[in-house]
Design a protein. Structure first.
Lengths: 205, 205
DNA sequence: GTCTATATTCAGATAGAC
DNA sequence: GTCTATCTGAATATAGAC
């Protein structure tokens, strides 16, 4: 590798720090000072690299928002049975969120603050075609009589609700179910199978 | 009524304004100035009544958080079949959120900011016994053989995920499904039946 | 590119008149 | 109780030396 030991340039250190701070605290709650501290530099340098807090945030949001709905086209394009595809999507998605537990709340929170119309626009552009593909898959299986008649849109919403919501509600779930972080993580691992089964049981004829 | 025309005291006007602003923008994003403007008074008066932004927020959060998981004991205590109870809970809950679409995101966002341990404590105290009751209901039906063997905790999580998540994800759903606010609202009305059916189909033997 | 020091802006909070 | 005016502190942003 020519591009050597210094795989952490200052810019990358800033981005890494900003990612953590913004995702944990949101745009409003984040402090440039904390980002600077985490990156091991000073505030002035942040502005040297990214000009303003908003600009820096934009970079982080754009790179992050794209991950919220990953490109499942590959899975959907295969000729496996629909149930296998759902299994794969659910498992992959829950795994993704286990690795980035703050991801859904971060993106959805910021999307809900309607100022920054830019963000919505960006999301629109990013819209990959997986929903379309998913709808086609579902409609085909309904026609074939493999699954019940169900609105594809609602089914897709159901799938992602079941995967993502528990992580958003984690603190509340912890209290209501009286479980600690470790038990929570264990439950989320379980959910890969439980959610898949739940969905399939519901739609299979 | 003795307690007359003036059912909007200054304090109530402040609370109403604060509710709107905090719920829409969160603690960090809210501005005392905006609350004062909405209440038709000035900032000084806010402090006269509530001393600080944090104190005012606490009042709003506490009154709001109690609504996130309503007291479904009455429903659960009846002797109707479990499926009817689920139907009622789902319908009531979705209706509740339709009326307060920002409620879930507001409460869950603030709960996720771990500073303000007080909030978590409060939630703990508020914990009504509906989860316990719900678990008992489910376990009984499993024993009776009415529904499949399923983890009650996961089932409860599933139910609330399916109800609440779509509202949190509304902006994203709007973009991905290319629907406007009216269509969204219509979908959410539909969901009362769709979610109930989805759940029951999944657990019935 | 990176730092220290400083400017600027903004928002929460208080003082004091009425 | 309610207001205007002001203070204070915090956070973003910039100037300028190295």
């Amino acid at each position: 590798m020519v591009n050597k030991i210094k795989d952490t340039t200052t810019e990358e250190k800033i981005l890494e720090a900003a990612r953590k701070v913004f995702i944990e605290r949101g745009l409003d709650g984040a402090r440039m000072q904390e980002i600077a501290d985490k990156a091991g530099i000073n505030k002035a340098l942040l502005h040297y690299y990214f000009r303003s807090k908003d600009k820096l945030f934009e970079v982080i949001f754009k790179e992050t928002a794209g991950n919220l709905f990953p490109k499942f086209e590959m899975i959907l394009n295969s000729d496996k049975p629909l149930f296998d595809k759902i299994d794969e999507i659910v498992s992959n998605y829950i795994d993704l969120i286990i690795k980035n537990p703050y991801l859904p709340l971060f993106v959805l929170s910021e999307m809900n603050k309607s100022r920054n119309l830019q963000l919505a626009n960006f999301f629109e552009m990013q819209r990959n075609k997986f929903v379309e593909k998913f709808v086609q898959n579902i409609e085909k299986e309904i026609k074939k009589g493999v699954i019940k008649k169900i609105s594809p849109a609602h089914l897709i919403i159901n799938i992602f609700s079941l995967c993502a919501f528990p992580f958003i509600a984690k603190p509340v779930i912890g209290i209501l179910l009286e479980i600690d972080d470790l038990q929570f993580k264990y439950m989320m691992e379980q959910r890969k199978k439980i959610v898949t089964d739940f969905i399939i049981a519901s739609i299979k004829k």
